[in-house]
Ligand binder design. Structure first.
Ligand SMILES: Nc1ncnc2c1ncn2[C@@H]1O[C@H](COP(=O)(O)OP(=O)(O)OP(=O)(O)O)[C@@H](O)[C@H]1O
Ligand SMILES: [Mg+2]
Length: 245
């Protein structure tokens, strides 16, 4: 579904160019999940924005559904850390952003998505009236309301308390099972990567290159956090990251 071939991203040109991503090759099959983890400032967001079509790679190629990514795509949703809600619009209007973009999306309606995310009761509230965890869920609802084939997430649950974070991760896992989108999750959080990534790609310090790929075939159950395989993956990721920083 998503294919990256030798992707390089430089910021600036000539002597002042800064390389952020260095020859990353990666495949995400349809309906599968990949977590990207790496040291702070290594180039994770840059790589994700390139997949989202917001940054053009300096070299290499990114394809989604067998088409070269030339800009933002209708079938791709991006969720950022702060959820990016419009403060002057209600929860329902925020979740319906696709309507404001003047595009038609099939299947899901904002009402159904808000219901799935447990937000029906607050749909007429404004973002400033919500808890941080609710805001992040509205961000997920908005992304989902466009029926994406590809979901890209840049630390969507950063700086939430552990239990809120884990509850939203559980919810996200259920949504993924039901809607079968492919997703790439950028995270600092080792346990989040091990809970949500079928494969976890460990990136090097800047410029980001693929340092290790950890398979995580036993993920997918809500009780996986308590499984020995989960602990093994967490330990492996910790070791790889400590070597890198
Ligand atoms: N617009 C820009 N112009 C120049 N350099 C940039 C720009 N955006 C990012 N960079 C640099 O590129 C590198 C990678 O940045 P990026 O935001 O992708 O890292 P990250 O891994 O997402 O970091 P964090 O973990 O802090 O979110 C950093 O050194 C950063 O300073
Ligand atoms: Mg980042």
């Amino acid at each position: 579904m998503i294919a990256l071939r030798d992707v390089v991203v430089d910021y600036g040109r000539g002597a002042r160019a800064v390389r952020a991503v260095d020859r990353v090759t990666l495949d995400v099959p349809r309906g599968q999940s990949v977590a990207l983890i790496g040291p702070s400032g290594c180039g994770k967001s840059t790589l994700l924005f390139a997949v989202a079509g917001l940054i053009r790679p300096t070299a290499g190629e990114i394809r989604i559904a067998d088409e070269s990514v030339e800009g933002p795509r209708r079938d791709t949703a991006l969720i950022l850390q702060n959820a990016g809600l419009l403060p002057w619009k209600t929860v329902w209007q925020n979740a319906n952003l696709s309507l404001f973009l003047g595009r038609e999306y099939p299947k899901l309606t904002a009402d159904a998505v808000l219901e799935e995310l447990g937000l029906s009761d607050v749909k007429n509230r404004y973002p400033s009236e919500l808890s941080e965890g609710m805001k992040r869920r509205v961000g997920i609802a908005r992304a989902l309301s466009t029926s994406p084939q590809v979901m890209l997430m840049d630390e969507p649950l950063a700086s939430l308390d552990t239990l809120t974070k884990e509850r939203i991760q559980d919810l996200f896992l259920k949504l993924w099972a039901r809607h079968a989108f492919s997703f790439v999750l950028v995270t600092h959080d080792i346990e989040e990567a091990a809970f949500l990534g079928q494969r976890i790609v460990v990136l090097s310090a800047r410029p980001a290159s693929v340092k290790a790929v950890v398979d995580n075939p036993k993920m997918g159950g809500l009780d996986y956090r308590k499984a020995p395989a989960f602990r093994d993956v967490v330990l492996r990721l910790r070791t790889e990251l400590e070597r890198e920083t």
